[in-house]
Design a protein around this ligand. Structure first.
Ligand code: ATP
Ligand code: MG
Length: 463
């Protein structure tokens, strides 16, 4: 496969000269200004870019070129950007290198020089990527007890788990749904001195209210209708191990009182029983509800909260884990592809930008679901955005991610989500024609370009 090369140059003549010279050995993308440059970049992810600094709307200055340089490096800091500078622009070229450009070449461009620089740039880019890939192999430092994560945020989480695991303190795990709360609880258990004992998980929200006491504490034979035999409860069965109270916020108030008593006295009484049974277990609780608010509303007991929240472990939502989205996407694809007998399945290049752009309101769980589905749906060797149900199209009614579902988070995110979907809809209706789309949206062309860039929207191919 030919390496991809993006040429950003507003001079038609230089552009086509370079294109014809490089076409044989490269897959060349051409752009004359920022929006189309970024669009091509996002779709194709070239590792090398040739960039002219003087571009419209300010062809006489370097501001636009510098801005594009920053935008490209923000998209992928490993991109090798080679500056094409006019005569007497050496100072500008050097400034660009100071800002992260890889090299520069003066105009008129000598093709043989350019080829040498390009060759080196591709070589270096590949080397860096291989190193990075090696560093992020799932069995390396990016994996901790089955949890993947490469950024500083998740490293911090792993470090906290490591520290807290060696103590016997209760832990309260907070995080949105699908962020890996149960996985973290299991990791703590595994790393603790109790790892040979049982890990007993109870979903407080899943047990009917009238059964919850006997489920947790057990019952003696004949203690209520239907209690045909004596049965130990879940707390008792966690003897010597770890008790994981999932969805803690769902625990009814009367049960909160009983749980608190257990935590204070370390013994339980079965329903209908008369003896206190000592239970030695470590307690980890998790919730995605706002316990502070529940306490204010009188729905959650403060004393229980402080008993359980001796250590609080916060699992960040996926959107706050820079770099992890693609890491997880690749690892999960590999896992499911192997599982479903489709080993070697890869993402179509258009997928990755969309995966990065998606807000992932359902976090890792949502990602697992989408990728599992995509692996099942994929025809051939590539997973495409429709397989993932991640298209730039407006989301159809009944599809997996309605606008409202993504409207979590703060006002800014919600606004951008709505803007993004509206603009995509209108662009699609106008076959990607910016002028008519801008007209319908009631904004100017440059504003539309700016919004598209800000929101990461690519222009659909016309028709
Ligand atoms: N960092 C991670 N690396 C790999 N897989 C993960 C990670 N975090 C979560 N998962 C996977 O995502 C799924 C959801 O994780 P888990 O059940 O632990 O989340 P949760 O916070 O308890 O979710 P919920 O609120 O829905 O109960 C699981 O299949 C888990 O294996
Ligand atoms: Mg859970």
């Amino acid at each position: 496969m030919k390496p991809k090369l993006l040429i950003v140059e507003d001079d038609e003549e230089i552009r086509s000269q370079m294109k014809w010279a490089l076409l044989k050995d490269h897959e060349v993308g051409l752009a004359g200004e920022r929006a189309s440059a970024l669009t091509w970049f996002r779709e194709h992810r070239p590792s090398v870019v040739l960039l002219d600094l003087g571009l419209p709307p300010h062809p006489g200055e370097t501001t636009e070129g510098m801005a594009i340089l920053s935008a490209l490096l923000a998209e992928d800091r490993l991109t090798k950007v080679i500056i094409i500078s006019g005569q007497g622009e050496r100072a500008n070229a050097l400034e660009a290198i100071g800002r992260g450009a890889y090299d520069f070449l003066g105009k008129p461009v000598v093709m043989d020089d350019l080829r040498v620089i390009l060759k080196r740039a591709y070589f270096l880019a590949q080397l860096e990527r291989e190193q990075l890939a090696g560093a992020v192999a799932p069995d390396d430092s990016t994996s901790f007890e089955g949890m993947l994560g490469s950024g500083t945020v998740m490293r911090g989480v792993f470090e906290s788990i490591r520290k807290v695991a060696s103590t016997d303190a209760p832990v309260l795990i907070l995080g949105e749904s699908g962020t890996g709360k149960e996985l973290a609880a299991r990791a703590i258990h595994h790393r603790s001195a109790r790892k040979k004992g049982p890990f007993v998980a109870i979903n407080c929200g899943a047990i009917p209210e009238n059964l919850i006491e006997s489920e947790l504490f057990g019952h003696e034979k004949g203690s209520f209708t239907g209690a045909h035999a004596t049965r130990p409860g879940r707390i008792e069965s966690a003897q010597g191990g770890t008790l994981f109270l999932d969805e803690l916020g769902e625990l009814p108030l009367p049960m909160q009182v009983k749980l608190l008593r257990f935590l204070q006295q370390r013994e339980i009484e079965r329903v209908g029983g008369r003896v206190a049974i000592p239970v030695d277990t470590r307690v980890i609780a998790a919730t995605n509800s706002d316990l502070k608010q529940d306490m204010t509303d009188g729905k959650f007991r403060e004393d229980l909260f402080y008993r359980l929240a001796v250590v609080v472990l916060r699992l960040p939502p996926l959107r706050e884990r820079a770099g992890d989205v693609l890491l997880l996407a690749e690892a999960l694809l590999k896992r499911f592809a192997e599982h479903y007998g489709k080993a070697g399945l890869k993402y179509d290049p258009t997928c990755l930008a969309r995966i990065e752009r998606h807000p992932w309101p359902g976090n890792v769980r949502e990602m697992e679901n989408r990728i599992r589905r995509a692996v099942i749906m994929a025809e051939g060797k590539r997973v495409t955005p429709p397989d993932l149900e991640l298209e730039d199209a407006p989301v159809a009614a009944g599809a997996t991610a309605p606008v409202s579902a993504a409207l979590g988070g703060n006002l800014k995110e919600a606004r951008e989500q709505v803007e993004r979907e509206l603009i995509q809809q209108v662009l699609r209706r106008h076959g990607g024609k910016i002028t008519s789309a801008a007209l319908e949206l009631g904004i100017s062309r440059p504003t539309l370009y700016e919004l598209m860039e800000k929101l990461g929207i690519s222009r659909q191919s016309p028709g």
